[in-house]
Design a protein around this ligand. Structure first.
Ligand code: ADP
Length: 424
């Protein structure tokens, strides 16, 4: 038989007619020291350039095995590729036409029923990947083994490039997400500054409204009660509404300001109420009805008020976003246990619930099922970061279609006189 590879495709006969070496079942090799004769090198080179590196490892391996099977039509060829630390290895093999698989016991072999099988380590970046060549009849001859050794190098190199390409793609995707996030954060930061400016502008007129409402109330009070009652009620409402806007806008500025606070004794109900006020527009839009159930007296927790407010703003916003168009219920429960020294807050909504398949990822940064612009996927990862930093815990239970409960525990502040009055 000639050593011209053209004559060997598709299947004219064995690759080499020289006398066979003794069978070396299960022999494991790395690479050949002897250079392969020129026509075969060119055949393998051609195979190498046709292998895509931007494809799945399975497709690259399949294409390689098919290509090699046409070069070594009488041999059994296969590969066992480790795709990840926990993943089941990918096995792709091909027997010559007419050959049927048998039974054998050696688990390290792909063709355990054959007399002769060589195993080559593929140093493609994953320890344990191997390339296998088996002799269907008699033993493998030296040229077949030499071709297989070089072929293993071709596969190694293609898999290594494919793994590097996939890593680069992953990094590029993370980078894009990060860039989008930075842009979004910058937008929010500048929005924070605009809000601070708007609040500043609102301050003076609101203070005037409150002062004039007060003045008119005092003036109306001098009239006979039956004449003044309606006006007094209207003026009371004007004053109350203006005071509410003033408080809300001041809280908003405090919330938007970067947190430089140190932990102190915080009253959870104040934090919860502030977060509920911030989310009022979300509740109105989503037709969410809020129910509260707090212990009559809740001892303070140790924490940073701004950060804890953010935790509940994020949880309440998610609850509102999860509601069906006709709306639903948000139930906020806060109770404490002096013996375990913890305060527990349960935030339960009657919204869409979370798909069990999504559950392991909800606290991951950038995981979102919301449409672009509505969710960044950062809310719950921020929540968990803050709760962890406060020495607390957070758990989620959800039933798809009926709702979700987030349960938070926070350590109670030690009742030590030096802590002073609650900071909030
Ligand atoms: P985002 O709200 O920006 O999507 P989050 O980290 O806050 O990011 O939430 C991640 C995902 O968790 C949401 O996209 C949603 O799929 C799910 N999720 C969180 N809270 C709820 C909830 N109360 N009800 C249903 N799904 C929720």
């Amino acid at each position: 038989m000639s050593s011209d590879p053209q004559e060997l495709t598709p299947s004219p006969g064995p690759a080499e007619v020289r006398p066979s070496e003794p069978a070396q079942s299960g022999g494991r090799r790395r690479s050949s020291e002897a250079p392969l004769v020129e026509p075969w090198r060119e055949v393998l080179l051609r195979l190498a350039v046709t292998l895509p590196i931007d494809d799945e490892l399975s497709q690259i391996t399949q294409q390689f095995i098919d290509g090699l099977a046409s070069i070594l039509p009488l041999a059994a060829v296969g590969a066992c590729i480790v795709t990840g630390p926990q993943a089941t290895p990918l096995v792709i093999s091909r027997l010559p036409t007419g050959s049927v698989p048998g039974i054998g016991r050696d688990p390290t072999r792909l063709f355990p029923w054959l007399d002769d099988e060589r195993i080559f380590d593929l140093e493609d970046g994953a320890v344990g990947s191997t390339f296998h060549l088996g002799a269907v009849s008699a033993a493998l001859n030296p040229l077949q083994v030499q071709i297989a050794e070089q072929a293993a190098l071709v596969l190694s190199s293609s898999l290594r490039k494919a793994r590097a390409y996939a890593r680069a793609q992953d990094s590029a995707r993370s980078m894009q997400k990060l860039q989008a996030q930075v842009i979004q954060s910058e937008k929010l930061a500048s929005l924070g500054q605009i809000v601070a400016g708007v609040v500043h502008e609102l301050n003076n007129p609101l203070t005037s409204i409150i002062a004039y409402a007060d003045y008119l109330k005092r003036k109306a009070a001098t009239r006979p009660p039956e004449e003044a009652a309606d006006d007094l009620e209207r003026l009371r409402r004007i004053g109350e509404a203006a005071a509410r806007i003033l408080n809300f806008s001041r809280d908003l500025v405090t919330y938007a300001r970067p947190s430089v606070d140190v932990p102190g004794a915080i009253l959870a109900q104040n934090v919860l109420e502030k977060a509920l006020v911030f989310c009022e527009h979300e509740f109105a839009e989503s037709k969410t009805i809020v129910q509260r159930e707090y212990d009559a007296t809740l001892p303070p927790v140790r924490g940073i008020a701004g950060q804890l407010t953010q935790v509940f703003v994020n949880l309440f916003t998610n609850a509102a976003h999860a509601m069906a168009p006709e709306g639903g219920l948000l139930h906020v429960v806060a109770h404490h246990d002096v013996r375990s020294g913890t305060l527990t807050v349960e935030v339960t909504d009657s919204g869409s619930g979370i798909d069990p398949a999504d559950m392991p990822q909800i606290f991951e940064p950038f995981f979102t099922t919301k449409t672009e612009g509505r969710g960044t996927g950062l809310g719950l990862s921020i929540v968990r970061g803050i709760v962890d930093a406060h020495g607390g815990t957070i758990q989620c239970q959800s039933t798809l279609g009926s709702g979700t409960t987030f349960t938070l525990t926070l350590p109670l502040a030690a009742i030590v006189p030096s802590v002073g009055p609650p900071a909030d």
